[in-house]
Design a protein around this ligand. Sequence first.
Ligand code: GLC
Length: 424
Amino acid sequence: MGLNEEKLAAAVAAFTVDTDELQAAAAAFRYDIERGLEGNTESTLPLLPAYLGLPTGEEQGEYLALDFGGTNVRVLRLQLLGHGRFTTLAKAAAPLRVPGQYDYTGSSATATELFDFIAGQVDAVLDGDHQTPYRLGHTFSFPSSQKDLRDARLLHWTKEFATSGVEGAYVNAFLQEALLRRGIGNVQPTAVINDTVAVLLAAAYERGDTYIGSIYATGQNNCYLESYGGQRPAMILNMESGNFAKLLPNTYDLQLDAASEKPERQRLEKMVSGRYLGELFTLAMEDIQGRPLPSSFTSQDMAELLSDATAGAKVLQRVVGIPFSAAEAAALQLLAASILRRSARLVAAAYTGVLWHQAGSGPIVPQQIAIDGSVYEKMPLVQETLTQAMAELLEEDAGKVQLRLASGGSGLGAALAAAMCMEK
Ligand code: GLC
């Protein structure tokens, strides 16, 4: 059976964002930032205050850092050395879900089970030391509302997490109780931050001209330093930009949303992040093939298809269950590419919305945007598409803004937040 080329072309077109649409997306993003800051509920951007500004770069001392926000939970013991330097003294990591064995991310798991598991990972970096007092910074990468740096209330799960009893509750209170249940009385969770905030803190610890932090991975989200026009102390805002909902969804976006854990929420995230790219490709392939597929594509499958048509034909055969020629795989590379390009172009629009907001009626503020995450780091086409789209949007100002890969910031950022809570 040959490929239905008409359907393929229609699917590619459904994922294409032209320059006008790109400009409109960036402008709509800026609009939602500005309405959001006014407290106007028309905005789809939560803009959650982080209760932190940027680090001085001089922060020092030994801290624990917990990174909880994806399928792996990680704990580090870090020594901050000042001047943007640090060393890692111990680390532990474990998946929150092992198919067929356990799953702390699904609705059948309870908050107690989840945090007891996490407390076990904290214990692993203490080497049996239940005496030395430690402050722990917690990078908790879900939308949370805070009244201070110390604790955060989970508003709702994203990224298809569904553990029972956590939504609406304070996560560091859970963590503290779980630590005490394990006999760990010497670790004090003193700061909670979003992973985007961690990336920004870590990048700003090293160099001063960074005001936007971004995660482009399983989830996609950005934070930035809001200056409030100098009327109030500057503060980092976790935008929860994945929730942006002012873009026109295509038929696959609508299907994906309807079948997700949280329909209507995280509309932009469902168009751009690693958790969903393979699903979008699967839905488009089902449309092209005219039938449901026996299994789903992952973003890694898309990367493999894009790297080489012959290897891609094998991936297609494995997932779809029928043979594909290299020529068909080459044609389907266009579909995978259009999904990835749309993702990167929409993320560029989000960055530009922030840059335009910062600029007000003045010039673009020269800076680096710190970006961490597997999609940015590893997916084909993403980095170059992002850079091109930024150039398309910023035109002659494009040279003022550099995109910078800032990997591993979650742990360092959490330790910095723990240190910064002492400066306050
Ligand atoms: C999701 C979360 C957000 C997080 C992002 C990246 O969008 O809601 O808090 O920053 O994923 O991990």
